[in-house]
Design a binder for this molecule. Structure first.
Ligand SMILES: Cc1cc2nc3c(=O)[nH]c(=O)nc-3n(C[C@H](O)[C@H](O)[C@H](O)COP(=O)(O)OP(=O)(O)OC[C@H]3O[C@@H](n4cnc5c(N)ncnc54)[C@H](O)[C@@H]3O)c2cc1C
Length: 506
């Protein structure tokens, strides 16, 4: 009998438990479905589509080399499976657990119903440290680390199975202009992993937070991890090998690789949040924040932020860079979200969708918990109101990045680049070639702080915050490692008082 291997966000043949297991059962039919309804969702974009298409082309060749090419179909998964069953009569389907968005969750419910009704046994295997049906966060890190330490699953020696024709794939989503997008495929992923671990990653810890140095020093693996060209386990184990090699050296590698491993752990930690509470894609984690910001955001502010025309130079430079590259380092993503949520007082659900589309690496399980965290709606994380002027001065001290992406500011002297409104010649630029700031940065942060504090006062807030901490906060594992999303350097069992932490960067 044939086993269908349904490829989703796991577009590789190495360390692919579902493919390896299917190969032990007999004939295999590897399947990828481009779903028009998925590509019509508000969180997806042309840059992601192009990345996936490139990756699928490479995957098809890799499977063909093993003996059976990937079958690529266009349509709803249930319709495709129905058609395939009529043609090849399979009795089992394997795929990996997916922590996707609400749409993919509902789609999986339909697929499960179809499988049950059609006598097909559909099994979903784990492919990351995310644990399905977890009963609370105690012990999670231990389970996650045990999974990461297990040997990788080898590539099947060869595959047999029916060769069925694929569909031509039409453009399913509007093209978006992203001239510097990362190219899809496993070869790129391996090349980036190699260059990061042998060269680029040496100064990762020191350089990751600036967009100037981060472009080179960050791993840049995010879209490849998001679509599974590379498994998290492969990345983590390769880093562990390198950690052993550089042990005892004093050139920055030790700290950088430790930070990289921590980020890979954050990945699973954040995705676990969405896995445990899918509603956090649409609802504030702490309900007290639900009505704090207008559900329909101020249209002018929103448009200015989306276009990179807020008049806050570093914010605009980051937004324009993101539009052109599809990538941004973590600190700058946090700042973009925080400025939208605090200074501009825009609802994270709306701004989060814009960022999701801009990111080639859109990963719902990281994206939505991070969006909420940077918007102060979780009830458990430090509320950090980044000052974009200070960020610009700290992270782009020479102004090279800001000037590249905001050429309208060419006439502004270095000393005023991040706050051109303070320059005596401001009138010659602001409101003419470059917008005046949409808000007064300091006043807007003060106003936001007041409103956030107003929500936090009161016993009812603390009661619900305790629930959130219990369900979602990180814990220390027995080795003392982990992943504290409030402060990566310190691992502490969270206490209820943490819910009152506030941080402001005036
Ligand atoms: C508002 C917001 C939204 C985000 N949305 C996404 C998203 O949709 N997809 C996505 O992959 N990342 C997202 N991130 C996390 C992070 O910014 C990116 O993973 C990182 O910038 C990608 O670059 P890199 O691969 O060079 O990361 P590196 O710094 O080299 O880290 C290696 C890997 O660790 C993981 N990682 C790194 N930082 C984080 C983090 N803070 N939280 C969880 N995992 C992390 C990623 O898988 C990353 O590829 C978001 C962050 C914020 C603040």
């Amino acid at each position: 009998m044939t086993t269908v291997v349904w490829f989703k966000r796991d577009l590789r043949v190495t360390d692919h438990p579902a493919l390896a297991h299917a190969a032990t059962r007999g004939d295999v039919l590897p399947l990828y479905v481009f779903e028009p309804e998925y590509w019509a969702q508000p969180d997806v974009s042309g840059r992601q589509f192009d990345f996936v298409l490139e990756t699928v082309v490479e995957l098809r060749a890799a499977l063909e080399a093993l003996g059976v090419p990937l079958m690529v179909r266009v349509g709803s998964v249930v319709d495709v499976l129905q058609d395939l069953q009529a043609r090849v009569g399979f009795d089992a389907m394997l795929s990996h657990e997916e922590t996707g968005n609400a749409w993919t969750y509902a789609r999986d419910v339909d697929v499960a119903a179809w499988s049950a009704a059609s006598g097909v046994i559909w099994s979903e295997l784990a492919q990351s440290g995310v644990v399905r049906r977890l009963n609370g966060r105690d012990g999670w890190a231990k389970q996650r680390n045990a999974f990461l330490r297990q040997p990788q699953v080898g590539v099947p020696a060869g595959l047999t199975g029916p060769a069925l024709p694929s569909d031509n794939v039409p453009l399913l989503v509007a093209k978006d202009h992203c001239p510097e997008r990362q190219r899809g495929g496993r070869q790129m992923a391996l090349s980036l992993l190699g260059s990061f671990l042998t060269e680029r990653g040496q100064s990762y810890r020191k350089d990751m937070s600036s967009p100037v140095t981060g472009e080179w020093s960050c791993s840049r693996l995010s879209p490849y991890l998001a679509f599974g060209c590379l498994s998290g386990r492969e990345a983590s184990q390769a880093a562990a090998v390198r950690q052993r090699e550089v042990k005892g050296t004093r050139e920055g590698w030790g700290g950088s690789l430790k930070s990289f491993q921590a980020r890979l752990a954050w990945r699973d930690h954040f995705m676990q949040k969405l896995e445990d509470e899918p509603a956090l894609e649409r609802r504030c984690l702490h309900s007290a924040y639900e009505d704090m910001r207008p559900k329909v955001p101020d249209a002018a502010r929103r448009a200015a932020w989306e276009k990179g025309e807020t008049g806050l130079p570093f914010v605009d430079a980051c937004m324009r860079y993101l539009a052109a590259t599809g990538w941004m380092n973590f600190r700058m993503r946090s700042m973009l979200m925080a400025v939208a949520s605090y200074h501009l007082w825009l609802d994270w659900r709306v701004t989060g969708l814009h960022l999701a589309r801009q990111f080639t690496d859109f990963e719902p399980g990281i994206h939505w918990p991070q969006s909420q965290m940077q918007s102060g709606t979780t009830g458990m994380n430090t509320v950090r109101i980044y000052n974009p002027v200070k960020q610009g001065k700290d992270q782009d001290p020479t102004g090279v990045f800001t000037r590249r992406w905001c050429p309208e500011l060419a006439a502004v002297p270095d000393a005023f680049l991040q706050e051109p409104w303070a320059w005596e010649g401001a009138d010659t630029v602001l409101g003419r070639t470059y917008p005046a700031p949409v808000v007064d940065v300091l006043q807007a942060a003060r106003d936001a702080r007041e409103k956030v504090w107003a929500v936090r006062r009161g016993g009812a807030f603390r009661e619900e915050a305790k629930r959130v901490v219990h369900k979602h906060a990180s814990r220390k594992d027995p080795q003392g490692h982990f992943v504290d999303d409030r402060n990566p350097r310190k691992s502490r069992v969270p206490a209820a008082k943490d819910t009152r932490q506030m941080g402001f960067e005036f």
